[in-house]
Design a protein around this ligand. Structure first.
Ligand SMILES: Nc1ncnc2c1ncn2[C@@H]1O[C@H](COP(=O)(O)OP(=O)(O)O)[C@@H](O)[C@H]1O
Ligand SMILES: [Mg+2]
Length: 317
């Protein structure tokens, strides 16, 4: 199976924090650095990347793929004004479009992994449902966007917790530990994966090893957005430390961007900031995210745990 060098997901739980702004600018920066890039608007409830890129003519959308109007996700791509960047846009035109079933989601995940590109960037949208968590988890590199507001921080933590527990759940279930997470996963904000592991570790060193190995591939980064005061970056680092301590996944801060008029105006201009302004401070922060992600070695993330049969099935699809 040929697949992109990198699959990068952008999540965060809360709406309005800047996931789409980051996804659009990150994808633009990647394309500008010479990578053939596909941006996928997988926000099934409120997609808006097509608006941010000024695309309003008729054409395929993610819904066309879900409805089998096109047979591959590759065919659902449309050109953007950025050279080297194509977009699979979402659709909010159909009521109920946000509900995709299990089979549809598995097909979407497989096709994401098979897109013909150097880099794929997935905007997973708001919420902590299984759709968002699985779209986030399937990526090789994962970025959570948050602002310094408490609501955003709570949602980001809950989102990462959900994403980590979802993978742990897959692995535990595959080994016959059906009930552990159902019983222990809902013990409130403080339920830690370490406690859970301790329970499982007692049972099976093999499962523990697999879980640890998979979580080492989780490759999470935090991005702080809409910062008014640079001291607020400390909040993001503290959240990252909590994720490391309680959820067993390192979560370094990859960068942060100030609340800026330039970003606001770029949305209304219907063009990513980086498509027009190259030396803006916020734009540089977005570009730096691209540079850091590209500098990381290419390694398969957690998707094999999530889609163990992806290799065969993609080849067959
Ligand atoms: N760094 C920033 N400075 C100023 N405004 C921002 C910034 N980041 C995002 N915004 C504004 O917040 C709005 C919501 O951002 P968006 O990326 O759509 O959020 P999400 O995708 O997380 O729901 C955008 O329309 C934009 O105007
Ligand atoms: Mg969005």
């Amino acid at each position: 199976m040929t697949r992109a060098e990198r699959l990068i997901s952008i999540g965060g739980g809360k709406g309005g924090v800047g996931k789409s702004v980051l996804a659009g600018n990150l994808a633009t920066a990647l394309a500008q650095s010479g990578k053939r890039t596909v941006l996928v608007d997988a926000d099934l409830g409120a997609p808006n990347l097509h608006t941010m890129f000024g695309i309003d003519k008729a054409g395929p959308t993610l819904q066309s793929f879900i409805d089998h109007e096109v047979e591959s996700l590759d065919e659902a791509r449309v050109e953007t004004s950025v050279r080297g960047l194509t977009l699979v846009r979402g659709t909010s035109a159909i009521i109920g479009a946000a509900n995709i079933g299990f089979q549809q989601k598995q097909r979407l995940l497989r096709h994401l992994c098979a897109l013909q590109a150097d880099v794929v960037v997935v905007d997973v949208g708001a919420g902590t449902g299984f759709n968002q968590l699985d779209l986030f988890d399937v990526a090789d590199q994962k970025v959570v966007v948050m602002t310094p507001q408490l609501t955003s921080i709570h949602n980001a933590y809950a989102f990462v917790k959900g994403a980590v527990f979802r993978i742990a759940d897959r692995i535990l279930k595959a080994h016959g530990f059906e009930k552990v997470l159902d019983e222990r996963g809902h013990e409130g904000e403080t339920a830690s994966l370490k406690h859970l592991l301790r329970d499982v570790i007692g049972c099976s060193p093999k499962v523990e090893a697999e879980l640890r190995e998979t979580l080492e591939q989780f490759r999470l980064k935090l991005f702080g957005n809409q910062v008014f005061d640079v001291r607020e970056a400390g909040i993001f680092r503290a959240v990252g430390k909590m994720m490391g301590d309680f959820l067993s996944v390192p979560a370094p801060l990859i960068g942060y961007a100030r609340a800026s008029r330039a970003v606001h105006e770029s949305v209304n201009r219907r063009q990513p900031l980086l498509a027009a302004l190259h030396n803006d401070e916020t734009g540089r922060a977005f570009r730096e995210v691209a540079a850091v992600l590209l500098a990381e070695p290419i390694r398969r993330g957690t998707w094999p745990a999530l889609l163990p049969d992806a290799l065969q099935e993609t080849a067959a699809a």
